[in-house]
Design a protein around this ligand. Structure first.
Ligand code: PEP
Ligand code: MG
Length: 751
């Protein structure tokens, strides 16, 4: 085996000749396996390629039975070859048949081979297949030999991307990207419909010559590109004054990576092994992906995105002149990316019609920002960056989580009808904007909006919200690389109040922990984070952080009325302690000359069942209470809100839950304490009607929900609804939903 660099280089040169030489795709594949087997003194060399997402197919072999080519198949995860594809990791053994997981494919005649080494064929972190070498005798493959094989696999993947194997049976479909209409069933992360054209966030780069003709030339190219990259990143970091702090901090992190010696060493090694500089960059990046993707720490996984970005910048320097630097955004651009950072997405505000990500989740930071900017967004659209081409037509439904790439006429028509209907409804909501939400039987419900970043605030006018019933302050912390200081926080809170133009904004103090993770805060692993160290518990245990936020809020208010509430209070003493700290800060700042808020309202969120049963005094002490139904539901039903398997299992309209809410309404009424509901359910028309019917007179929801909820309230008689609900309860139904749907339909109430 060519353990030495010279040997592997000779092999690479020979591969290059195969690629440039005559023959169709299959002939080239056959030549590749022959060449690798000869060069590596192996009896067998085979290439298995993905036929579809689940299946690998033997596409070429030297040494195994030729009639097994294109007929021998195995599933991803099955046998040693399947396991390599699944884990994207090499596998080496001196005795394959006795290795756990071994599965013998009788049609190939491979039972006589003992030694086995296989490596994934992958490009940009996506496994396309597996390259295997086998020997009859037991032999030990060295690390250098495995590395050499990985380099060959890298070249094969580049050759495939450049179309070298097109025309071979099974290869065009397994390696080439899908053509024609493709539907992706992802997850909706921000509702809304968008029709537009694909704009790839990082356009795919195709390297037509993956093997170095002259290594010294490649070394020089890499060195030059590295210098250019460092210069670019230094400039970004140095010249970023005036740029928002979080962006500046990202550039600083880039600078650190760009100057990292380990990264440079790995790149040099890859170039020295005979790869073209671009392929060397991709190889190092693929390795980093494989390593970091297995890491559980979300902070480290986020760093992968920075590294990807940096590697792409380096590639651009290498290919300077061959690819446009920053392709212009087309009109109606739908941004398609593997993933995107929150700061980068902010840069696209107002310029894109939609966003589709391969990775991400509904709670990832990009999704948070997308919702703030009201960009229809679908996440988990698996493999879309591979299948989509710049300029392709694309339609996305951010509610259903569906993406149609290159849709056919019928689909487009149906989609446009849906857009037209949605626009009509929006027009109706617009006409309701100035009207109070008063039901047919004369109950008026105050409708507020939930917010979390400054970009949310313009929706206050557009939606007709009467105020902000929940400002999730932690979002400002989550989209940054560092803890925002007192001044930065004060500026944000002040701007939020400016934008609300005199309407009340209820600021919730930091609600971190559980699913809300700050990248810069050290975290202890907790066996059950939803029940762990989070929300007000963190605030009280870290009084410095808590007081800093309170001070920022008081300063930001500059004497204006201020409303603050504490998240997930579970017992009276927590509220009292937090209130004590808050009042202490007001007094302290006043003594330093800062104006006291004209009016201070201090409330708490009711998110744990324990609080429902607290002493009367508790209800009297709070200036107001806001029910955080998302958390209250998860604790009431013992069903994790982040766990897809259970989160939709129980209904908010379940009578047990409603009985508890009714008790909260009664206790607040008895104490004369204002009560609101700010969980997701408040934004769904039928649920909002039920909340109003049991006595809630203030609801806070996503801005887009205000129109539909108001329309439903205007058309409803709450007394009627209550009667229908009571009938269903008496008849022993678990949830009020079915009966109330029928009630709404019969009465023409739009829910
Ligand atoms: C809730 O729990 O209902 C709530 C509004 O807070 P969050 O969703 O931010 O936990
Ligand atoms: Mg909550």
């Amino acid at each position: 085996m060519p353990a030495d660099k010279g040997g592997s280089r000779a092999l690479l040169r020979a591969l290059r000749a195969v690629m440039a030489g005559p023959g169709d795709g299959q002939q080239r594949l056959d030549k590749v396996v022959r060449l690798v087997a000869n060069n590596m003194v192996a009896e067998v060399c085979s290439i298995y390629l993905k036929r579809d997402e689940h299946t690998l197919e033997l596409c070429a072999t030297e040494g195994l039975r030729q009639d097994a080519v294109h007929s021998a198949r195995l599933r991803i995860g099955q046998g040693l070859v399947g396991r390599i594809a699944e884990r994207a990791e090499p596998l080496v053994t001196e005795d394959a048949p006795s290795t756990p997981g071994f599965r013998y494919l009788p049609e190939t005649g491979e039972e006589i081979y003992h030694s086995f080494v296989g490596v994934p064929v992958q490009r940009l972190g996506q496994v396309m297949g597996v390259l295997v070498v086998q020997n009859q005798t037991r032999r030990h493959y060295t690390e250098e030999e495995v590395e050499a094989l990985e380099i060959v696999a890298m070249v094969i993947s580049e050759m495939a991307e450049a179309g070298a194997f097109l025309g071979s049976e099974g290869v065009s479909t397994s390696l080439g990207r899908r053509v024609g209409p493709v539907v992706f069933e992802g997850e909706g992360a921000c509702e809304g419909l968008a029709e537009g054209v694909v704009h790839l966030h990082e356009p795919r780069l195709v390297v037509f010559d993956p093997i170095a003709e002259d290594i010294s030339v490649e070394r020089a190219r890499l060195a030059e590109a590295m210098e250019a990259l460092k210069g670019e990143v230094d400039q970004l970091a140095d010249g970023s004054e005036g740029v928002p702090r979080e962006q500046r901090e990202i550039f600083e992190a880039y600078r650190m990576f760009a100057h990292d010696k380990g990264w440079r060493r790995r790149l040099d090694e890859a170039v020295n092994s005979g790869l073209a500089a671009e392929v060397a960059v991709e190889k190092v990046q693929s390795d980093a992906r494989a390593r970091l993707e297995r890491v559980a720490d979300p902070y480290l996984r986020e760093r992968l995105q920075d590294l990807d970005d940096l590697a792409n910048r380096l590639l651009r320097h290498l290919l300077r002149g061959e690819v446009p630097r920053e392709p212009r955004l087309p009109r109606n651009a739908v941004l398609v990316a593997r993933n995107i950072g929150p700061a980068e997405l902010m840069d696209h505000a107002g310029k894109i019609a939609g966003l589709v990500l391969e990775e991400g989740s509904q709670t990832s930071h990009a999704a948070v920002v997308a919702r703030a900017l009201a960009i229809p967004t679908v996440v988990q659209a698996v493999r879309i960056t591979r299948d989509a081409n710049p300029g392709d037509r694309i339609i996305i439904d951010g509610e259903l989580g569906r993406v149609d790439l290159r849709p056919e006429g019928g689909i487009i028509e149906a989609f446009r009808e849906k857009i037209a209907l949605a626009n009509q409804a929006k027009e109706v909501y617009r006409t309701l904007r100035g009207k109070p939400a008063t039901t047919l039987d004369g109950h008026t419900v105050r409708l507020n909006m939930n917010a979390g970043v400054l970009a949310d605030l313009p929706s206050i006018e557009a939606s007709g919200a009467e105020g902000v019933g929940l400002f999730r302050t932690e979002l400002q912390f989550m989209i940054r690389q560092n803890l925002p200081g007192r001044d930065a926080q004060a500026v944000i809170y002040s701007r939020v109040m400016d934008a609300a133009a005199g309407r009340e904004v209820v600021f919730r103090t930091l609600d971190i922990g559980s699913d809300k993770i700050l990248p810069y805060m050290r975290r202890e692993e907790e066996p059950n984070p939803a029940l762990g160290w989070r929300a007000i518990r963190v605030g009280l245990d870290r009084p410095k952080l808590f007081r800093m936020q309170i001070q920022s809020l008081i300063r930001g208010a500059r004497g204006r009325p201020l409303s603050i509430m504490f998240p997930m209070v579970a017992e009276a003493d927590e509220y009292r302690a937090a209130r004590g700290l808050l009042e202490g800060e007001v007094a302290r700042l006043a003594s330093m000359g800062h104006p006291r808020p004209e009016r201070l309202r201090i409330g708490m969120m009711l998110e744990t069942p324990s609080l429902v049963f607290a002493a009367d005094r508790m209800f009297q002490e709070a200036d107001f209470i806001s029910v955080g139904g998302n958390d209250l539901m998860q604790f009431f039903f013992a069903a994790d809100r982040e766990n897809e398997r259970v989160r939709r299992r129980y209904d908010v309209l379940n009578f047990s839950f409603l009985r508890m809410l009714r008790q909260v309404v009664q206790r607040c009424a008895a104490a004369g304490t204002p009560l609101a509901y700010c969980g997701e359910a408040a934004g769904r028309p039928l649920e909002a009607l039920v909340l109003a019917a049991i006595g809630f007179r203030e609801l806070s929801m996503r801005p887009a929900s205000i129109g539909p909820v108001k329309r439903a309230l205007l058309a409803a008689d709450l007394g009627d609804l209550r009667a229908a609900m009571e009938r269903a309860d008496r008849s022993g139904e678990t949830s009020a939903r079915i009966a109330l749907r029928a009630w709404a339909e019969a009465g023409g109430v739009p829910v």
